[in-house]
Every structure is written in structure tokens, then in C-alpha cells.
Write a protein that binds this ligand. Structure first.
Ligand code: SDX
Length: 424
């Protein structure tokens, strides 16, 4: 099978097929409009590929997720977030020297310019940290060039290293506490926890349980091929906008409650269910009712029509982390019962709606002491290396064209302008 045939009216068109390394098949539509004058139309892009990529593979029917060929289950258990970031961006797991150099650079570049601290004074304390994160990441473009003489590598380091500082400073600003600076003797995750929870008046020791949990959470969120925010980063980057601007756009796309913002909504929904004291079936029934805009947040996925492997790992981690921390969170019990009720309901079963990455992640963030409005920021910190990897892959491919979809116009036909004095 090397080509596809499309008939438009009386004319047939033969189009080449593209077959990927995991035998996925795509019809190359590049020349179709020029040949036929006809476009494909696919709102939401459910059947449309935007690119070829060597970074992440998902088999939604079988619940498979691999970063550069490594199964998510293996790397979540055995790798560090720095290793996974390097591997996603540069293609392979780093050797010892490469990892040491990469980690050292991430440490060296963790500070933000002192003048950037003043930006926080302009935000109200109540500002949503995703608004702060996108603004501050975009503002990095006011301090650093579009690229250095050696290309994008230094900006990749700056972005990865400074994002966690920007995020922690946003939290400190929101609670009126002084900023805690990054410490060079701490890991990426340890540094973030220290910047979030240390206070000048007393020493803070990074809990290895929290550090390990954060490491796993960030790895599980690190990439997910052409999701809404990654596609946004690619589209913005295809105009050759700089890396900081492209990432700020990705952060904004992730913020939506249908995407990364779902992890905050899940916890808010579980708290609402808990307060109501109502039977869980009532909420499952509401989620099925087309006249009710209530949906089970953290459930369903465009690609996974089987368990999201990340949700499976996170569900297990919830039990492990909460018991190690001695935390008993009633919301976890509600989440597990809700999952059980939904997965035994024909509506969810027939639509193959399973818990996704956002369903359990918030339970662990809560146990770590991270406030609910910071949950999507945590998702963004994890997803940053994935966004960078896709942006970098696209910019390295000189054949990449600016993203510019077509449309089918449904508005009025040509008509004459009528001066306002003559309009009815
Ligand atoms: C992420 O793409 C990625 O990879 C994203 C992500 C990543 O790592 O980047 O995995 C992260 O964004 C996970 C998704 C987080 N969002 C949520 O949990 C929000 C709740 N989920 C839904 O809004 C929905 O499932 C989406 C947005 C995730 C997917 O939307 P689709 O693919 O457009 O599916 P759809 O809305 O067409 O739903 C198909 C059917 C519909 O019913 P019918 O029209 O067939 O009768 O399933 C129903 C939907 O009403 N449905 C739900 C539901 N999700 C889908 N019904 C109740 N509750 C839900 N959560």
C-alpha cells in the first residue's frame, strides 16, 4: 500500500502515503488542493496530522506512551527529570558526562535577572500563577537574544532553569513571602521545593519523598506529541517567533480547563462532590446529561481509548506518596469510587472514557502542599522540555513551512457598501 485514491466528482486523485516507524499511515495531502482545488476539513484535527516527529509515540487504543522509544513506565521509575529533558530535546539519554554538564548548566542559570523581580510587583497577589508564568516566560525575550552564536542551546538551558524559579517566585508573591533563591547544591526538584516552601526564618530540608514524587510527576507530564499546547508552540514557532514567545503561547493554551487546566478543575470538582454529600451516581448521571454542562474533569481523552498509562502510574503513586507522608485525603477515596462508578457505566464504557493524566495528579500535589491554583503551573513545568523538543525539532527541519490552515467560508456573498445614513 503506497498511495490513496480520492475521488472528487468525476475526477480521481492519487496521493502518496507516509508510513511512520510504528507503522502509522498518513495520506500526504500537501499537493491535494493544488491538484483538485479542494481542501480537507477536520475541525479539532481528530483525523489530521500536522507533522512527522521522532519525539513521542502514543498508541491510544493500547494505552502505550514512549518518549524517544523509552516506555513511560521505565523512565518514570528510573530516570531523573533532567535526564528525560535532555533525552526529549537531544534524542538520546545523556551519558554521565553529558548529564553532569547539562545539570550543572541548569543550576548555573536558575536565577532570573534581578530587574525581573520588579515585574511581580505589577501583578495583584490574587493573580492566577499561569498568567504570571506566561507573562514572565514571554518577558525572558526582553533579556536574551533570539539565539546565541552556538544556536538555541543556551536559551534551552535558560528556559528550563528559570521556569521553576519564575513559578516558585509567583507562589511566594501570592502569599506575601520573600522570594527564596535557588541553591546550587540542590537538584532541579529539590531546588523548586526549597524555593516554594523555605522561609528565611528557619532552615528547610528537602524531603526525599517529595523530591522523588515531584520528579515522577514532571517526567509523566514531559511530553505528549501533538496535544493542544504543543501544537500551539509549533504553530507559533513556525513563524520563526522566538523560543520564549512560543513557550508563553504554549503556557496559555495549556491553561484551558479542557487541557492542562483540568487538574485544578478535578480537585475543585472532588471538593464540590465532597461538600454535597450526594451519591456519586448523581454526578456521573449529570456528566452524561447533554443538557447539563457538568463533565467529569480528568476523564476522557482525544487519543487514549484505553487507560492513560500516566493515570495508572499516578493512581499507584497516590497510595505510595500519601502513605509515606502519612496523609489521609478523603478526596482520593472519592476519586477512586468515582472512577469505579464511571467505568461501570455504559455511557463511559461505550465512549471509552477513562481517567486521564489530570485525574489523580492533583491529589499528590495537594499532599505535597502545593496550592490548587498552582497545579497547572506544575503541568507546565513538566511539559516545558516537551514543548522545547518539538520547537527545536521543527526549527532544525529547514523544510518546515509556516503553519497556515485553510477554511470553508460560510459568510455572505459579495455585497455593496451602504452608507450609515441609508441603512435601515
Ligand atoms: C490533557 O491531547 C493530549 O494529549 C492532552 C493531554 C496532554 O498530556 O497534553 O493528555 C492532557 O489535556 C488531558 C485532558 C484533560 N481534560 C479533561 O479532563 C476535561 C474533561 N475531558 C473532556 O472535556 C474531553 O474528554 C476531552 C477534552 C479530553 C477530549 O475531548 P474530545 O476528544 O473532543 O471528545 P468529545 O468531547 O468529542 O467527547 C466524545 C464523547 C462526547 O459524547 P457524545 O457526543 O459522543 O455523546 O464523550 C463525551 C462527550 O460528551 N465525553 C464526556 C467526557 N469527555 C468526553 N462526557 C462526560 N465527561 C467527560 N469528561
Amino acid at each position: 500500500m503506497t498511495s490513496a485514491k480520492i475521488s472528487v466528482g468525476e475526477k480521481d486523485y492519487e496521493l502518496p502515503l507516509v508510513v511512520g516507524s510504528e507503522n502509522e499511515v498518513g495520506i500526504d495531502m500537501t499537493k491535494f488542493r493544488a491538484q483538485s482545488g479542494v481542501i480537507s476539513l477536520d475541525p479539532g484535527f481528530g483525523s489530521t496530522g500536522s507533522c512527522q516527529s521522532a519525539i513521542t509515540f502514543i498508541n491510544g487504543e493500547e494505552g502505550v506512551l514512549r518518549y524517544r522509544g523509552y516506555p513511560i513506565e521505565d523512565i518514570a521509575e528510573n530516570a531523573s527529570f533532567a535526564e528525560v529533558s535532555y533525552m526529549l530535546i537531544y534524542g538520546n539519554l545523556p551519558n554521565k558526562t553529558q548529564l553532569e554538564e547539562f545539570s550543572s548548566k541548569l543550576t548555573q542559570h536558575s536565577l532570573i535577572h534581578e530587574d525581573m523581580k520588579k515585574f511581580y510587583e505589577g501583578f495583584p497577589a490574587s493573580a492566577h500563577p499561569m498568567a504570571v508564568l506566561s507573562s514572565m516566560v514571554g518577558s525572558l525575550a526582553t533579556y536574551y537574544p533570539e539565539k546565541d552564536e552556538d544556536g538555541f542551546d543556551l536559551n534551552i538551558i535558560r528556559l528550563l532553569a528559570k521556569a521553576k524559579t519564575i513559578a516558585a517566585f509567583a507562589y511566594k508573591r501570592s502569599i506575601g513571602q520573600p522570594f527564596i533563591y535557588p541553591q546550587n547544591n540542590l537538584s532541579y526538584c529539590g531546588n523548586f521545593l526549597n524555593m516554594m516552601f523555605a522561609v528565611p526564618s528557619e532552615p528547610y530540608t528537602v524531603d526525599p519523598v517529595l523530591e522523588a514524587a515531584l520528579n515522577k510527576l514532571l517526567i509523566l507530564h514531559a511530553d505528549h506529541e501533538q496535544n493542544c499546547s504543543t501544537s500551539t508552540v509549533r504553530l507559533v514557532g513556525s513563524s520563526h517567533a522566538n523560543m520564549f514567545a512560543s513557550m508563553a503561547a504554549g503556557i496559555c493554551a495549556l491553561w484551558g480547563p479542557l487541557h492542562g487546566g483540568a487538574n485544578q478543575k478535578v480537585i475543585e470538582q472532588l471538593k464540590y462532590i465532597q461538600r454535597s454529600g450526594e451519591d456519586l451516581q448523581k454526578f456521573v448521571d449529570r456528566a452524561k446529561d447533554k443538557n447539563d454542562d457538568f463533565r467529569l474533569m480528568g476523564f476522557g481523552h482525544r487519543v487514549y481509548k484505553n487507560f492513560d498509562p500516566r493515570a495508572r502510574i499516578l493512581k499507584k503513586s497516590c497510595d505510595q506518596v500519601l502513605s509515606k507522608l502519612g496523609v489521609d485525603d478523603p478526596l482520593l477515596d472519592i476519586a477512586k469510587k468515582l472512577e469505579e462508578v464511571a467505568l461501570n457505566d455504559e455511557y463511559f464504557v461505550s465512549r471509552r472514557l477513562y481517567p486521564n493524566v489530570d485525574f489523580y495528579s492533583g491529589i499528590i500535589y495537594r499532599a505535597m502542599g502545593i496550592p490548587t491554583n498552582m497545579f497547572t503551573v506544575m503541568f507546565a513545568l513538566g511539559r516545558l522540555p516537551g514543548w522545547i523538543a518539538h520547537w527545536y525539532e521543527m526549527r532544525q527541519d529547514t523544510s518546515t513551512r509556516i503553519g497556515r490552515p485553510r477554511q470553508i467560508y460560510t459568510g455572505p456573498a459579495a455585497r455593496d457598501f451602504v452608507p450609515v445614513a441609508k441603512r435601515g
